[in-house]
Design a protein around this ligand. Structure first.
Ligand SMILES: [Zn+2]
Length: 120
């Protein structure tokens, strides 16, 4: 199963930074919100706990991120990852895991549907 969403809106750059560095959940800064939509369905807002961040290029506004959310598919701490432009506030978000063998994205369950590799 692949779950890919378009990011229609998201946080400014400093909010992403604070979400990564601030581990105090009570002050509310730990989470960032993304407005996402699958195909052209009604957009939904999810709260994301950012756990990793990588510069996608040298612009300082282009990010590969990873994290978890409680707001998709009724799952707790569902792994998500994606690409986000803090300049355009758009990007793409994958829910689930990525296969380390074949790089298929947005996988759920215990095994990759493409190559059968176990997921962790
Ligand atoms: Zn695979």
């Amino acid at each position: 199963m692949t779950a890919q969403f378009n990011i229609k809106n998201g946080p400014p750059r400093f909010s992403i930074m604070l979400a990564l560095f601030n581990n105090n959940a009570e002050d509310g800064l730990r989470y960032v919100e993304f407005v996402i939509s699958k195909n052209d369905e009604t957009p939904t807002t999810i709260k994301v706990l950012i756990s990793s961040l990588e510069r996608e290029d040298g612009s300082g506004d282009s990010w590969n991120f990873g994290g978890t959310t409680d707001d998709l598919f009724g799952k707790k701490r569902l792994k998500i990852f994606g690409y986000f432009s803090s300049k355009n506030r758009t990007g793409v978000l994958y829910a689930g895991k990525q296969c380390v063998s074949c790089k298929a994205k947005g996988l759920m369950g215990s095994f990759c549907y493409k190559c059968g590799n176990p997921l962790n």
